[in-house]
Design a binder for this molecule. Structure first.
Ligand code: GTP
Length: 600
């Protein structure tokens, strides 16, 4: 295949603007998948992705297309739209020459549209602007055209209008992809050159590491001896192939193509996204790697049975193979035993990982309250430590200075909601920085706020006060001094470390009241009284009790001697007291889940 007939591209968009649906239409139109075999959103292969209708893991696919008398290869990389997974987007953009920027005709340009567009521009990619869902009666296409023209500074004729659902306009879009996205450029023709960029990988028990690559130089085929530059590992290629969309073996992969290499390497830690594959006998300079993903929130995960510790470790290792943004290290707690403190890209990422651990590995787990990480500096010694587990946070903060990460967030909203949004900022310690007009009815607002506040339901609140119209994207901007303290929960007078959280000092009393009240609602009643207390800065600041379940031991006695009843009740009371003293209350797992309640 002539290089000039290859197009590598991605679809980028805000969540739910229709990327996966458009990918389905492209697969149909190119006969990559027969219509009758078409399941909705073919590229969302993970069970969880289908169930929740979101793309978590990107999935490359190769399509053949005949256009104006010539055969073309179109390599599409589908990408996730949720902000937690923007790291995946940045990876796929390194492997392509152009993007389709998809904007929902009913919603218009959203915060995530702006952030993915910024990534595409940074990678110097050709951008095809497309408005989707024009079949809907509530589409406000004209206004969205106005927004895109403003954003891209492009002529309005450049903006295509399609319906990924009905297929309207999709054929024209495919022609546009061929006409405007550049074919891959190969710089050298030296046959010793063999260079590829790893943009993803998976692990198979039989075949070892399978890397997903974009070949930039030369040809790669079976039995080639290649190396991972960063890992310094040499391997023999067992087979190569492309995604059609299932993996299909081919003779070779040539420069400009996207495909996979089976390495046979069983040492799972050898593969790294962003690494360069090279010919060790004639190495070319390595590509600049991707930026390492940075965890935004942390939570500890403990197996409910300590016997499952090894299984949990293996499961995390396995998941981190296909999700290099997941980080974890061992941690121990006096009441929860051995577990792992894990770093996530956001609350949705946390939910997805814990759900996968339970479903795919059949593990019963306790997940602690998510927290961001704090930098703690000892004022006298100057010693610094990073703490991501709230229960390890210092008790009284006379000795320490605490620093916390701040974020810059971009909110896109109908201008009519701007005022209520500005009012909400104060309660989240957020500072408004800049307001700009996007079109005659929509505005963009830039704010700065502590990451801690962003993770404290900021997004849900924003959605709710803007009737779902406002959208948000953010990135970290550095550390600032924090006025926070540790809030601990005691259940039957014992600290429950999994419920410890770090809160703003100005809100500690209210948070304590809310938390004990919520726990009172959630914890199941027992035969004894359960005392729930909140403690901060060395004193109890809120308390509730759940009364004991009533079971009258005299129920079976009809009439008769009252003193006998009294004696029996007295005995029951003593028994309950004894039980209470002994009781260490096991918190049901669903209580932790309900407390999490992050439907971002
Ligand atoms: P993520 O993968 O989670 O980022 O979402 P996505 O951008 O892939 O969106 P997806 O394709 O899952 O579409 C979101 C919803 O919009 C689904 O319910 C689709 O059926 C619907 N949808 C997509 N395109 C169209 C369209 O052209 N018209 C209409 N009416 N609905 C559409």
């Amino acid at each position: 295949m002539n290089l000039k007939n290859i197009r590598n591209f991605s679809i980028i968009a805000h969540i739910d603007h229709g990327k996966s649906t458009l990918a389905d239409r492209l697969l149909e139109l190119t006969d990559t998948i027969e219509k009758r075999k078409m399941m909705e959103q073919v590229l969302d292969s993970m069970e969880l992705e289908r169930e929740r209708g979101i793309t978590i893991k990107m999935q490359p696919v190769r399509m053949n297309y005949h256009y104006q008398g010539e055969d073309y290869i179109l390599n599409l990389i589908d990408t996730p739209g949720h902000i937690d997974f923007s790291y995946e987007v940045s990876r796929s953009l390194k492997a392509v020459e152009g993007v389709i920027l998809l904007v929902d005709a009913t919603k218009g340009v959203q915060a995530q549209t702006m952030s993915v567009l910024a990534m595409a521009r940074e990678a110097d990619l050709k951008i095809i602007p497309v408005i989707n869902k024009i079949d809907l009666s509530v589409a406000r296409t004209e206004e969205v055209i106005e927004e895109i023209v403003e954003l891209l500074n492009c002529p309005r004729e450049d903006i295509l209008q399609i319906s990924a659902k009905t297929g309207f306009g999709v054929k024209d879009l495919l022609s546009r992809v061929i006409e405007v996205i550049p074919s891959p450029q190969v710089e050298t023709n030296d046959p010793r050159n063999k260079r590829a960029l790893v943009f993803d990988f998976e692990y198979s028990t039989h075949q070892g590491i399978i890397v997903y690559v974009r070949v930039f130089d030369g040809e790669i085929m079976r039995d080639d001896k290649l190396s991972f530059t960063a890992a310094g590992e040499i391997f023999k290629v067992l087979s190569v192939g492309t995604f059609k969309p299932v993996k299909t073996e081919t003779d070779k992969l040539v420069a400009g193509e996207i495909g996979y290499l089976v390495t046979g390497i069983k040492e799972q830690s050898r593969a790294r996204v962003g690494d360069t594959i090279n010919n060790p006998a004639h190495p070319l300079p390595a590509f600049a790697g991707y930026t390492e993903p940075r965890p935004m929130v942390w939570a500890a995960i403990y197996p409910n049975s300590q016997n499952d510790f090894g299984a949990l470790k293996q499961a995390l290792e396995r998941l981190s193979l296909s999700d290099s943004s997941l980080s974890f290290s061992e941690e121990a707690s006096s009441s929860l035993g051995r577990g792992f403190i894990c770093g996530f890209l956001g609350l949705l990422h946390l939910e997805i990982i814990t759900e996968r651990l339970k479903r795919e590995f059949d593990l019963e787990l306790t997940v602690t309250t998510p927290s961001i990480s704090y930098q703690i500096i000892d004022k006298t010694t100057g010693k610094e430590a990073t703490i991501a587990s709230p229960h390890l946070f210092p008790d009284n903060l006379k000795q320490e200075t605490i620093l916390e990460p701040w974020a810059e967030a971009n909110i896109i909203t109908p201008t009519s909601y701007l005022e209520v949004i500005l009012k909400m900022l104060n309660a989240h310690e957020a500072l408004p920085m800049l307001t700009t007009t996007l079109s005659h009815s929509r505005s963009s607002l830039t704010i700065e706020l502590p990451l801690r506040e962003l993770m404290r339901g900021f997004f849900n609140e924003l959605k709710s006060i803007s009737s779902g119209y406002a959208s948000l994207s953010y990135h970290l901007i550095g550390l600032r001094e924090a006025d926070v303290c540790k809030l601990e929960i005691l259940i039957t007078e014992e600290v429950e470390p999994a419920l410890t959280r770090i809160v703003s000092r100005s809100r500690v009393n209210k948070d304590a009241e809310d938390l004990v009240e919520r726990l009172k609602e959630l914890l199941p009643r027992q035969l004894f009284v359960i005392k729930i207390q909140a403690q901060a800065l060395g004193r109890i600041i809120a308390s509730r009790s759940i009364s004991a379940m009533k079971k009258d031991v005299t129920d079976y006695l009809y009439g008769g001697d009252i003193t006998r009843k009294m004696k029996l009740r007295e005995k029951q009371k003593k028994g309950k007291k004894k039980m209470q003293a002994r009781a260490s209350m096991k918190i049901p797992h669903d209580v932790f889940v309900k407390l999490l309640g992050s439907k971002e």
